[in-house]
Design a protein around this ligand. Structure first.
Ligand SMILES: CC(C)(COP(=O)(O)OP(=O)(O)OC[C@H]1O[C@@H](n2cnc3c(N)ncnc32)[C@H](O)[C@@H]1OP(=O)(O)O)[C@@H](O)C(=O)NCCC(=O)NCCS
Length: 185
């Protein structure tokens, strides 16, 4: 996994999460929300734009469309999304992962503030794990800010365990926690 110093809070790259109290602007999607696993090379500009809108709703300042498009174009990139419904272009949640051989890294995970607490984050991690497991991935890694209690609780709930710490890793001085899930078989 990459070991270069990163300067902002996210799973791998990004910005500080907004407080969980961020004002919702739309209703949460119903259970008909669509889950899709999309290989990066198939992702078009529209999806990169929608992903940027969601990322900016979850991190400040968040990534723009060009940054998302570049990440989605990486070899091994896969984007897992929950839409708000068939006739709605907005994303409720997304998980971007990158696989290489039998390992993968969660690059970012975002659930729109109006959609949190509905199990969407957990669902995306489960679906990603099943999808990548079928592709031969055996170990998942991620980095998360030590102060991000919600994300750490979610990852623990999903079987990730702490394997390391990078002190004062982020620009605000927070540590990065490195987590691994190695039960993919
Ligand atoms: C972290 C985040 C992805 C959680 O998404 P979510 O869809 O609300 O999470 P879920 O509803 O799937 O929660 C699953 C479990 O995670 C934990 N969890 C989620 N939110 C939590 C919170 N605010 N406080 C404590 N635990 C929390 C709980 O264990 C929960 O299980 P429970 O509902 O049975 O208690 C979401 O808050 C988010 O997008 N935050 C901003 C971006 C971010 O920090 N991403 C992670 C960067 S590494």
């Amino acid at each position: 996994m990459p070991s270069c110093r990163k300067t902002s809070r996210n799973c791998a790259r990004g910005r500080p999460p907004l407080p969980d109290t961020a004002a919702p602007d739309t209703a949460a999607p119903d259970t008909a929300a669509i889950l899709t696993a999309l290989p990066g090379h198939l992702v078009g500009a529209d999806l990169a734009a929608a992903a940027a809108v969601l990322h900016r709703a979850c991190f400040s300042p968040g990534w723009d469309q060009a940054a998302l498009a570049a990440l989605l174009a990486m070899p091994g990139a896969g984007l897992y999304v929950l839409s708000r419904g068939e006739d709605d272009d907005r994303l409720a949640a997304m998980l971007l992962a990158r696989a290489a051989a039998d390992e993968a890294e969660i690059i970012t995970l975002c659930v729109d503030p109006s959609c949190r607490g509905n199990g969407f984050g957990k669902r995306l991690i489960r679906e990603m794990g099943e999808h990548l497991g079928r592709d031969g991935v055996r170990t998942l890694f991620l980095e998360v800010a030590d102060g991000n209690r919600a994300a750490k609780a979610l990852y623990r709930d999903c079987g990730f365990r702490v394997i390391g710490r990078r002190r004062a890793y982020y620009a605000d001085g927070d540590d990065a926690i490195i987590m691994r899930r190695a039960d993919m078989i």
